[in-house]
Design a protein. Structure first.
Length: 269
């Protein structure tokens, strides 16, 4: 158990299909939901969640298939993951929250804002895409790197896709964004399929929450052209590119990114 977990209240939420979801509520103040990337549990946010305390309490969860949550057979979908977040909010007695989703968590956050607009006050989408035929997909070389049979080689490739060499030299890890090692194979596959099949393009104009879209300009895992696609599709959305950052811009550009998000969340309605 990490220091972050020791300071958090852990609750088990139940989804309508009976899946148990572990969620963690930490700090005081209006709630901010933090949604992690594909095949990751709540530890994805360990390095930065305290940046929001003092302004917000933070809510994380272990998505189905990860961490201390149930790991049912698939299929999973980003729509289902969004409905799971609603079950977590209900279990915590939170009627409305700010939502910050990164990578696949950003795909989930899109559906949360689309399907449950009354539950989302402000929306931040990081290093993510609209999915479907309109999205800009990663190149073939990246796909080949991530499809290698050697798990350690894949972890090294992921670390390089997440962080620049300069940042890794100054921050040797361990990194929290390389996947939950406790995931069974069926859940890992189900997460991959859910992320690959995401397509919210037609519904993005239905988002009513004020929205901020963030991305690193050197991101090869989810190419940065997706930032413009999302920002152009969501009414009134603002955006920011972080120079020199790869997929995990929220860690590599932590002070600037955190300041930007805090300022956005603090704006008056």
């Amino acid at each position: 158990m990490t220091e972050h977990d020791q300071q958090a209240t852990t609750v088990i939420a139940r989804t309508p299909d009976g899946t148990a979801l572990a969620c963690q509520h930490r700090g005081q103040g209006p709630p901010l939901v933090l949604l992690a990337g594909q095949a990751n549990d709540h530890h994805w946010w360990d390095g930065v969640r305290e940046d929001f305390h003092g302004l917000r309490s933070t809510i994380t969860l272990d998505p189905r298939g990860t961490g201390d949550s149930d790991k049912p057979e698939g299929p999973y979908s980003t729509v289902q993951f969004a409905d799971d977040v609603v079950a977590v909010l209900d279990a915590l007695g939170v009627p409305r929250a700010d939502v910050y989703g990164t990578s696949m968590g950003g795909r989930v956050a899109q559906w949360l804002a689309i399907r449950h607009p009354g539950r989302v006050r402000r929306l931040v989408l990081g290093c993510t895409s609209p999915g479907g035929p309109h999205a800009v997909e990663r190149d073939t070389a990246v796909r080949k790197l991530l499809a290698r049979p050697d798990p350690e080689a894949v972890r090294r490739a992921l670390a390089d896709l997440m962080y620049s060499p300069e940042w890794r030299a100054a921050h040797p890890g361990p990194y929290r964004t390389l996947g939950d090692p406790r995931m069974p194979a069926h859940a890992r596959r189900a997460h991959l399929v859910a992320s690959n099949e995401h397509d919210a393009w037609n519904d993005l104009p239905r988002i009513t929450a004020p929205t901020l879209v963030l991305h690193g300009d050197q991101d090869r895992l989810t190419p940065p052209d997706n930032l413009g696609l999302l920002a152009g599709r969501i009414p009134g959305a603002r955006s920011r590119l972080f120079a020199g950052a790869r997929h995990a811009y929220f860690e590599e550009c932590r002070p600037e990114a955190a300041d930007l998000v805090r300022g956005f969340l603090a704006e008056e309605e």
